[in-house]
Design a protein around this ligand. Structure first.
Ligand code: NOJ
Length: 512
């Protein structure tokens, strides 16, 4: 993600101090079947962009045609070459002691032309090898069907997610993956972060297919006030179709589970006023309830219906039936940061992130006076505020009771600045503070009653971070992007110790 209309730059001073002693104070154990893992995605990791029959995907085309939209002008042609180095990467996972690995399927590697063409058996073979090697090493595959990338042909032929056709394509991808990999995969995620894909692809236009309208961004086509909601509608129904296929055709025999991963941000009212409190509810609705309410309750949040009116598509009665009959088995929660929220519906706001109709007339701020929402990091949209994570999990448990959750992403990025040395990057105490604080908050939330079944750090390795290219590093392992050599950072050894404590003793009190 990049600072944009959605995530503006603010100056900040940090006053909210978070736990910095690296000691997890809360000693209540995670359940013995809890998954500890790291997360990744195909475009950000695999490389091999035209190898063994893979077709061109939307990110291949976007990065090749618009190098100016990527901070370092780079692309995922090679990325971290996991396609050729997955065995080495599994050794890194073994070093950490994780019992699960989240990765995604490159749609254009298994179905280069979707339903317009055949299955690419070399692609199937790659994922079979990866899955088998993970399992042989005691690591459960946690597989995302679609993490931002899809065959470019869908964009050219029918405008991809703007068309209901994409629901059928997605169903076909899901069916293909369940058929070939489902005998060994117990955890499936349908779509990664629909809300972010939509925000950047169809509101600000910073991601493919670069569709937007003024004043949200500079694009040659698109409509930021209508298209996001059409796209979300198709994604929600595509998700439900995949769940339906899994539940009716595969689950009985394969005995796995299926969910979705949404980006969550915690929001706090900037004041005690009723207007700011109501604005905070709108911010939640326009951010993640937008996706989660339909898949759990079969309808959009009230706040969205009221503000958007006819711009919000309606579910037909048969679509509602499908949504209600085929609910997710779990929710995947990607959490990084929090914001203060100020009302812009009753009180006029000048401008800023979210102050528009498409985000519910709310202003997202990282400071209240000169108090920052959390410890600032290298990037303006990411503050270290573990308490927000705990509050978020409590909010989700109350709004969607009985739906288990996995934390499918959580982590910290370091910006590669001209003066940054490899030594600095390896000595990543800020990341340790971030992860340990969030694991601490996670345990508190679980004690509060949140049913969380796993936690994945984003990310195993430094990788291609979308608009930031290779300039923003989220890895527990440093990657030299010239030689592709992987080196564990201090956080890798911290996470290893943490997991060891849990797996060996069931006691999570972490001692340095
Ligand atoms: C969310 C996305 O799922 C992932 O692809 C991205 O790299 C991380 N957040 C960090 O921005």
């Amino acid at each position: 993600m990049l600072p944009s209309l959605l995530f503006p730059l603010y100056s900040s001073s940090y006053l909210h101090q978070t736990s910095s002693d690296h000691i997890l104070k809360d000693a209540s154990p995670f359940p013995s079947d809890f998954l500890f893992g790291t997360a990744s995605s195909a475009y950000q990791y695999e490389g091999a962009y035209l190898t063994d029959g893979k077709g061109l995907d939307n990110w291949d085309v976007f990065t090749h045609e618009n190098p100016g939209k990527i901070a370092d002008g780079n692309n995922g042609d090679v990325a971290v070459d996991q396609y050729h180095r997955f065995l080495e990467d599994i050794q890194s996972m073994k070093y950490l002691g994780v019992n699960s690995y989240r990765f995604s399927i490159s749609w254009s590697r298994v179905l280069p032309k979707g339903r317009f063409g055949g299955v690419n058996h070399m692609g199937i073979k790659y994922y079979n090898n990866l899955i088998d090697a993970l399992i042989t090493n005691g690591i459960k595959p946690f597989v995302t069907l679609s993490h931002f990338d899809f065959p470019q042909i869908f964009e050219n032929q029918f405008k991809s997610w703007l068309s209901p056709e994409m629901q059928n394509e997605f169903g076909y991808l899901a069916d293909t993956c369940f058929k070939y990999f489902g005998d060994r995969v117990q955890h499936w995620i349908t779509i990664n972060e629909p809300n972010i894909q939509i925000g950047f692809g169809y509101i600000s236009g910073m991601y493919p297919p670069s569709r937007c309208s003024m004043p949200y961004g500079h694009c040659t086509q698109g409509n930021s006030e209508t298209e996001p909601f059409i796209v979300a509608h198709n994604m929600i129904l595509a998700h439900a179709k995949a769940v339906q296929i899994y539940h009716t055709k595969y689950q009985k025999e394969q005995k796995g589970t299926i969910g979705i991963a949404v980006q969550t941000t915690w929001f706090e009212p900037i004041s005690d006023s009723i207007a700011d409190k109501k604005a905070t509810e709108r911010a939640q609705s326009f951010n993640f309830n937008w996706i989660l309410d339909p898949i759990v309750y079969g309808k959009y949040p009230e706040e969205m219906v009221n503000i958007l009116g006819s711009a919000l598509p309606q579910f037909s009665s048969s679509e509602v039936k499908t949504l209600m009959n085929y609910k997710p088995d779990f929710l995947g929660i990607n959490y990084y940061s929090s914001y203060f929220i100020q009302d812009c519906l009753i009180t006029a706001c000048t401008s800023g992130a979210g102050a528009s109709k498409v985000e519910g007339y709310v202003l997202k701020l990282i400071q209240k006076g000169n108090v920052s929402i959390g410890e600032p990091t290298d990037i303006n949209w990411l503050h270290n505020y573990p308490e927000g994570f705990r509050k978020m999990l409590n909010y989700l448990k109350d709004r969607y009771p009985n739906v288990p959750m996995f934390i499918t992403e959580n982590g910290l990025g370091d910006l590669q600045k001209p003066e940054t040395t490899v030594k600095d990057l390896l000595h990543d105490t800020k990341r340790i503070r971030y992860v340990s604080g969030h694991l601490d908050a996670l345990r508190s939330a679980m004690r509060d009653g949140a049913n969380v079944k796993g936690y994945f750090v984003w990310s195993l390795l430094d990788n291609f971070e979308w608009s930031y290219g290779y300039t923003l590093r989220f890895g527990l392992f440093h990657v030299d992007f010239t030689t592709l050599k992987r080196t564990p950072k201090q956080s890798a050894s911290w996470y290893k110790n943490f997991i060891e404590q849990h797996l060996n003793t069931g006691d999570l009190t972490f001692k340095r």
